[in-house]
Write a new protein. Structure first.
Length: 470
């Protein structure tokens, strides 16, 4: 009477084959769910879209089945027509049985959401460093975001989606990333660190090394860059990939829709709005040779297309551009600040409890002040501003439309206007366009702090250089 119509992660979806429900209903459901419990299926959706209006006996059977089997697996019921004369207030079934209008509603419910990706694996590429801003040769994933980091946000986002198998590519010298990742709020058994001989800027070579050493792409694999701004929309990306028969699906920031990338120019154009998340089909990298210098967009994807494999882009409003330069980084922080302030009853200031602020400091929002921050008398802060954990602002310091990363102590009386500043360096916040990005890269080619090029940028901006915390 029921047929298996789909398996989505750890969820089995069964639909009624005919309009007439079996009578009695209980034995049929008991046999079906007993089999799924024996197979250790963590979630079951029962779809009654084709069924006639059930009688009260059928509803009672559903309720008893749910009570019996819900301790062993998550159960949801969808598409069940309301019985004639049924009133929600007069019968307890709606309080005890999870009923949903559609299959999609059931799959997005709190109980089943984490199970959709339970059988998926993910690779997090966390080894990318950048010699210029915004990270100055610090791994991009370690950039701070409101007391946490981009990498912690990525790992916690994947864990929240129910992915229990995460390979963390730490790059060639991965102890810093490994120790940082282990402090994320994810189960320790979820993470499998891997020191890759290829750096993050050679993402294509890094993925091929993972395929060679760990056989990572023998089944469908989710690839996430450790400096991705968000992991939202991953279930929708996986569903779009599953129905596309493409070798690779790329998450793109923008309006919703899928598009096949027809040529190499389209692949190159998609890089600018890439959200740092991609899905590879099983065996997609088979037969590709591992060699140094293979970039993700410059070499790997073009090589796949040349041998006839299909690449598609999947755009969604939930996707955010990959944090690859200072303009995108600051834009992400400003958007995150607006989201945080929207949830605190319309206030424009968000101050962590352990922060210490002088009564004689002038602060106007929107502004976030992190834990253990000290702000002395005479300071002036004008938003949008983000002051991360452990910063110390001495008497008379000005902060206007800027981001101060963790553990920064500006010079007393310094003026920080429109900059991203960290211990030892700072850079102007420029508009997010290719010309400004090239200007910043050319202005600060060295990874060393306080270089002459940094001093020139600061001088041109009439700003006092930040000094490291003593």
């Amino acid at each position: 009477m029921f047929e298996l119509t789909d398996r989505i992660g750890g969820i089995a979806v069964f639909a009624v084959k005919s309009p007439r429900l079996p009578a009695p209903l209980y034995p049929a459901l008991e046999s079906l769910l007993s089999g799924q419990v024996a197979l250790k299926t963590p979630g079951v959706v029962l779809e009654f879209t084709k069924a006639h209006t059930p009688d009260m006996a059928a509803l009672g059977a559903l309720l008893e089945i749910y009570r019996r089997f819900s301790p062993f697996c998550q159960i949801a019921v969808c598409g069940l027509p309301d019985p004639a004369g049924f009133e929600e207030s007069s019968h307890p079934i709606t309080a005890w049985l999870p009923l949903f209008e559609t299959r999609k509603d059931a799959l997005e419910s709190e109980g089943l959401r984490r199970l959709r990706l339970a059988d998926r694996q993910a690779i997090v590429l966390a080894g990318e460093r950048h010699p210029g801003p915004p990270s100055h040769n610090v791994p991009l994933g370690l950039l701070p975001v409101f007391g946490t980091t981009l990498l912690h946000g990525t790992l916690q986002g994947l864990s929240a989606e129910g992915i229990a198998e995460i390979t963390l590519d730490c790059g060639p010298d991965g102890e810093e990333i490994r120790s940082h990742a282990l402090r994320a709020l994810v189960p320790a058994q979820t993470l499998r660190p891997y020191n890759n001989a290829y750096c993050g800027r050679e993402a294509g070579s890094a993925l091929l090394a993972l395929h060679r050493d760990l056989s990572a792409f023998e089944r469908e694999c989710l690839v996430v860059f450790g400096h991705a701004a968000s992991t939202a929309g991953i279930p929708d990306l996986l569903e779009a990939h599953r129905t596309s028969n493409c070798a690779v699906s790329l998450a793109i920031a923008g309006s919703s829709g899928s598009m096949i990338l027809a040529d190499l120019n389209a692949v190159a154009a998609s890089k600018a709005s890439f959200a740092g998340v991609a899905v590879f089909s099983a065996g997609a990298l088979d037969g590709l040779n591992l060699s140094p210098g293979r970039g993700f967009f410059s070499t790997l994807l073009p090589d796949m297309m040349r041998r006839g494999q299909t690449v598609q882009s999947f755009a969604a409003a939930a996707h955010k551009p990959l944090v690859s330069d200072s303009a995108v980084y600051f834009g992400h922080l400003r958007a995150s600040l607006a989201e945080r302030l929207a949830g605190v009853n319309g206030r424009t200031l968000l101050v962590e409890p352990s922060a210490r602020l002088s009564r004689r400091a002038q602060i106007s929002g929107p502004c976030y002040i992190g834990s253990d921050v000290e702000i002395a008398a005479g300071c002036r802060i004008s938003g949008p501003a983000i002051i991360e954990t452990g910063c110390r602002l001495g008497r008379g310091t000005e902060v206007v439309s800027s981001v101060l990363t963790s553990l920064l102590t500006p010079a007393t009386g310094g003026r920080l206007h429109n900059v991203v500043a960290a211990p030892g360096w700072q850079l102007p916040i420029l508009a997010a366009n290719d010309g400004s990005r090239r200007a910043v890269e050319q202005a600060q080619p060295s990874a060393a702090p306080l270089t002459s090029s940094v001093a020139r940028v600061a001088a041109q901006s009439s700003l006092a250089l930040a000094r490291p915390l003593q």
